[in-house]
Design a protein around this ligand. Structure first.
Ligand code: SAM
Length: 208
């Protein structure tokens, strides 16, 4: 991680009120659509959105899910997300503080689908591995990860990658981390040379 959690939280809280307007790239929108499409919750599913920000993914999934839990480190971003939920009258959603390493899932809550969009690239490779293990321990049936990731060579001159704040991984590193944690990769979508969506399903044990 190139900045501390506190620095990332403060940076996002500072830009929270303008964040939605600033996310106008075709690739960001494509990523949101793909993450929502692949998450595909049923009305019985509880969804966890990690690095939920202002709730773009969480709010889109709530009408189809039983409940959505949005977690982020930035109170400013969470406040925007809560305001948006209230404005559109979505009630089966809860936004609160939580991080990849400790998502703060309410006791006794089983998570069916985990999603994360444009958030995990702030972690180092090893921290992403740890975060993916934390997700796997929640035993969701599916984990959909949209993010900045390298399909080719890292290129800071291309959009979506600012080396001073971002730490994206290669698709290979992410795929290995997901399979090592017991997931099977069922889809890989390249939205841009440096942006993609990975869909991981929990491998069925032969004893199940
Ligand atoms: C670029 S925004 C993406 C927000 C949202 N998922 C979207 O698609 O618009 C990244 C978010 O990740 C959050 N974040 C960064 N590091 C995090 C961590 N370790 N745990 C949880 N959230 C984190 C930031 O606070 C920020 O709200």
């Amino acid at each position: 991680m190139k900045k501390t959690i506190e620095e990332h939280a403060a940076r996002f809280s500072e830009i929270a009120s303008e964040y939605d307007e600033s996310q106008n790239s075709e690739e960001y929108r494509a990523c949101v659509s793909l993450v929502v499409h692949y998450a595909d919750p049923t009305p019985d599913d509880v969804v966890l959105d990690l690095g939920t920000g202002t709730g773009a993914i969480a709010l889109a999934l709530a009408p189809d899910a039983k409940r959505v839990i949005g977690r982020d480190i930035s109170e400013g971003m969470l406040e925007q997300a809560r305001t948006k939920a209230a404005e559109v009258g979505i009630e089966n959603i809860e936004f609160g503080v939580g991080r990849f390493r400790d998502p703060n899932v309410p006791d006794g809550e089983h998570i069916d689908v985990v999603v994360s969009n444009f958030a995990m690239h702030h972690l180092s490779d090893e921290e992403k591995r740890e975060a993916i293990r934390v997700v796997a321990d929640l035993e969701p049936k599916r984990f959909v990860l949209g993010d900045v990731m390298f399909f080719g060579e890292p290129n800071p001159d291309e959009p979506f990658y600012s080396p001073e704040v971002d730490d994206p991984s290669t698709v290979g590193v992410l795929a290995d981390a997901l399979t090592d944690a017991g997931f099977v990769l069922t889809a890989v979508e390249s939205v841009h040379e440096q942006v993609g969506v990975l869909v991981a399903e929990r491998a069925q044990s032969t004893e199940e």
